[in-house]
Design a protein around this ligand. Structure first.
Ligand code: IPM
Ligand code: MG
Length: 356
């Protein structure tokens, strides 16, 4: 078994380092190989996703990814920006199914911006389609009018697009996932306005015929954004497109107290997966040693469970994380009075100790 380790930029390097220590401590037989990605790869090789990094990712059974991006690259041409690395990995490896759980740990109920009774026991699974939609639809670009009325372009456009097989397979993933949980799926769309999402809704209804044991409801994305803060526990499995999933998963993650706690998995049809924290590279706190490594450590646990078939090891990591929270260790993002504030490395150490 081979794991590609791609720390990336910003806090990515700090949090992945802690997750790697946890993986090493498990004493399992797998090989880990590290490579540059994002802004770090651009600096070294002139491209955010160099051939060598992409090849390593393709060969690996699983990928542990940190985060990419920094405002200092905002002026680069789009194909060279760090974000293209993660988009390129998703597209090249066909990682179409993105699992973003939003689980509220009992110890962190007070860290949520919502009232404790609204989030206590919260356990939502957002399933975001990851290789279609307006993220990848063609054509896209900018147009300059023939009379050159404006400096630069006077029009810009992206194409929202889904194909039938793309919607069918993500719908199946959602219904299958729901079967292992409370058997409820909410499909989020904007069918009242967008052709793409009427098509989405129609196909989800069709696929649902194969899953009569699962309850399905539909919600417009604006309403879903509202319901997530009004009554988040009404949701169980949420399935949606790439763009809406991007937005709603950030919203849902914050209900749990901190985006610093949430892992994610992106899988292809062969169950090869990329595992990354749901948060970004946070350049504002990079290098300060205060980032929360738990989302990445929990992503490593997801990797063991989904791609490497090491359920027991995954359970051990998750139990260790629960233990350090119960012991009162908190990085700054989840700190509250009465708990013990620790650094990134101290949190990593605490997990290692809890594992032993
Ligand atoms: C995410 C991120 C990415 C996305 C960016 C970094 C390209 O926001 O994984 O949610 O928009 O998908
Ligand atoms: Mg996002």
């Amino acid at each position: 078994m081979k794991i590609a380790i791609l720390p990336g930029d910003g806090i990515g390097t700090e949090i992945v380092a802690e997750a790697v220590k946890v993986l090493e401590a498990l004493d399992l037989k797998f090989e880990m190989e590290q490579a540059l990605v994002g802004g770090a790869a651009y600096e070294a090789h002139g491209h955010p996703l160099p051939e060598s990094t992409l090849n390593l990712a393709k060969q690996a059974d699983a990928i542990l990814f940190g985060a990419v991006g920094d405002w200092k690259y905002d002026k680069l041409d789009r194909p060279l920006r760090p974000e293209q690395a993660i988009l390129g990995l998703r597209k090249n490896l066909g990682l179409f199914a993105n699992f973003r759980p939003a689980i509220c740990y009992e110890e962190l109920v007070g860290a949520s911006s919502l009232k404790p009774e609204l989030v206590s026991g919260l356990d939502i699974l957002i399933i975001r389609e990851l290789t279609g939609d307006i993220y990848f639809g063609q054509p896209r670009g900018r147009r300059i009018s023939p009379d050159g009325a404006f400096a630069g372009a006077d029009e810009a456009f992206d194409t929202m697009r889904y194909t039938r097989p793309e919607v069918e397979r993500i719908a199946r993933v959602a219904f299958e996932a729901a079967r292992k949980r409370s058997k409820r799926v909410t499909s989020v769309d904007k069918a009242n306005v967008l052709e793409t999402f009427q098509f989405w809704k129609d196909i989800v209804i069709e696929v649902h015929k194969d899953y009569p044991d699962v309850a399905l409801d539909h919600m417009y994305v604006d309403n879903a954004a509202m319901q997530l803060v009004k009554e988040p526990k009404r949701f169980d499995v949420v399935v949606t497109g790439n763009m809406f999933g991007d937005i709603l998963s950030d919203e849902a993650s914050m209900l749990t107290g901190s985006i610093g706690m949430l892992p994610s998995a992106s899988l292809n049809t062969q169950n090869q997966g990329l595992y990354e924290p749901s948060h970004g590279s946070a350049p504002d706190i990079a290098g300060k040693g205060i980032a929360n490594p738990l989302a990445t450590i929990l992503s490593a646990a997801m990797m063991l469970r989904f791609s490497l078939n090491q359920t027991e090891a995954a359970d051990r990591i998750e139990a260790a994380v629960k233990k350090v929270l119960a012991q009162g260790f908190r990085t700054a993002d989840i700190y509250s009075p009465g708990t013990q504030k620790v650094s990134t490395a101290q949190m990593g150490q605490a997990v290692l100790k809890a594992l032993a």
